[in-house]
Design a binder for this molecule. Sequence first.
Ligand code: 8X3
Length: 258
Amino acid sequence: MTENDHRAAVVTGASSGIGRATAARLAAQGWTVYALARRAERLQSLVDEVPEGTGTVIPLPADVTDTADVERVREQVEAAGRVDTVLCIAGGARGTDRVADGRLEDWDWMYRVNVLGTLNVTQAFLPMLRATGRGTLLILTSTAALASYEGGGGYNAAKMGQHGLAGALRLEEAEHNVRVIEVLPGLVHTEEFSLNRLRGDQQAAEKVYAGVENPLTADDVADVCTYAVSAPHHVNLDQVVMRPVAQASQFKLIRKSQ
Ligand code: 8X3
């Protein structure tokens, strides 16, 4: 038994990528995980993967952008037992258009899922986190929150918005002993991130990672998130920027010739 064995967390975006890997990692370390995502069948496959004798994954299909849905889930979590930790991992990018050509519906979607989704989940669970006397809220943003790049305008705006929310929240919640952790990954090779961003174009999505030696994986980010929420409560990793070595900055990505 470790001191985290009894702990319980809500993880959003748990159907794929970093959210799924983090939910699985926490459960493997003995946590009770309330796994949120829209796709119920994918949540079920996550439940089926958790080895016996470890923690538990409880699937809660919900859309983080829908306030009523999030409230319904909060009631379910409260009825089942409390959580002291919430990880807002749901998010994503849509489109690589320049600002001049950006589609309003893409910008709207990115703002809703990254910023308003985080807001909904935060507002729903903060009273519970405060009530534990030692709550933890982790928000997954991106290095896109630190530097703009061409074709990234809508995603930069959304991630910078989410980054702004995390900063204000950390200041506001410290007196309630709720720590606010922001993890900002760079290039992470997941099944769906670039595919969604590039509107389902598999070839274009693969080119994003072509020749890059060891882009980060969802498991790499899950490891960091798991450590950050498991560290002794007075330790706040308030901003963790993580990139693959091959990506020394947003503007220096080493690709080996193929
Ligand atoms: C994704 C990282 O480099 O595509 O969050 O903006 S990047």
